[in-house]
Design a protein around this ligand. Structure first.
Ligand code: PEP
Length: 256
């Protein structure tokens, strides 16, 4: 049965008190909304284990926001995939636009991270998306296929099995300007068809979620689209009331 895949990306936010408060409130209601949702919380690295200890009996999953391409050694300040696996992470976001732009991560580096996550049987959430200028120049599809092709080249036609794709138009992340759900639907269909060309047998299993200024007011419009399989949520995932509202909306849509 289809479930929506909902990820809370907390970015560089939160502290011990706010995280405890959020998760205590989530605990009270979460079981009501898990029938049709797979829920992932991705806190900042320093709080990963703390969050895991809260959520491990709640049927929700731990995600990391980033990983290094090295697994151990003299790499000061980095986090290894072995460590993420060791402390209970199941998902790792790779290629978030904030990492692409603020930390100069290119498609090749992101592909390495993608492969590394999969090699340890964790699940990468690959973020892809176009800038505003690229959209205006009608280059969206070209940019997305470039971002996908690097992964195909490195890992072959079955590269996207057991992975998630997050379509995040960069102009809509953290701006309060969400994309038009009909536009997003068409892009998700394009992404699925593109992957399907290589790997038709597994198309049903490909999860493409949308991210970009999602909140409880617009979530329904996205989730009603047939090829939007979930949401990657930044700001709105920091407030438990708002996050729970989105989970309820998502759950109810699939109950119909
Ligand atoms: C994100 O962090 O990927 C994101 C979509 O953020 P926001 O929901 O704040 O736009």
């Amino acid at each position: 049965m289809k479930k929506n895949f909902i990820v809370a990306n907390w970015k560089l936010n939160g502290n011990i008190q706010t995280i405890s408060n959020f998760l205590n409130h989530l605990r009270l209601k979460i079981s009501l909304y898990l029938q049709n949702n797979t829920v992932v919380i991705a806190p900042s690295t320093i709080y990963l284990e703390r969050v895991y200890n809260y959520i491990k009996d709640m049927n929700i999953f731990l995600g990391a926001q980033n990983v290094d391409i090295n697994t151990q050694g003299a790499f000061t300040g980095e986090t290894s995939i072995l460590m993420l696996k060791d402390i209970g992470a199941k998902y790792v976001i790779v290629g978030h636009s904030e990492r692409r732009f603020l930390h100069n991560e290119n498609n090749e580096l992101i592909s390495k991270k993608f492969g590394l996550v999969k090699s340890l049987n964790l699940i990468p959430i690959l973020c892809i998306g176009e800038t505003e200028t690229q959209k205006k120049k009608n280059k969206t599809k070209e940019i997305l296929t470039n971002q996908l092709n690097v992964i195909f080249q490195d890992f072959g036609e079955k590269a996207f099995i057991n992975s998630i794709i997050a379509y995040e138009p960069i102009w809509s992340i953290g701006t309060g300007i969400s994309a038009d759900p009909i536009y997003v639907q068409s892009i998700h269909k394009f992404i699925k068809d593109y992957i399907n060309k290589y790997n038709s047998s597994d198309i049903e299993k490909i999860i493409v979620q949308y991210g970009g200024s999602v909140n409880s007011k617009n979530a329904k419009n996205f989730l009603e689209q047939p090829d939007i399989d979930g949401l990657l949520i930044g700001s709105a995932s920091l407030m438990y009331e708002e996050f729970l509202k989105i989970l309820k909306i998502s759950n109810d849509i699939l109950c119909k």
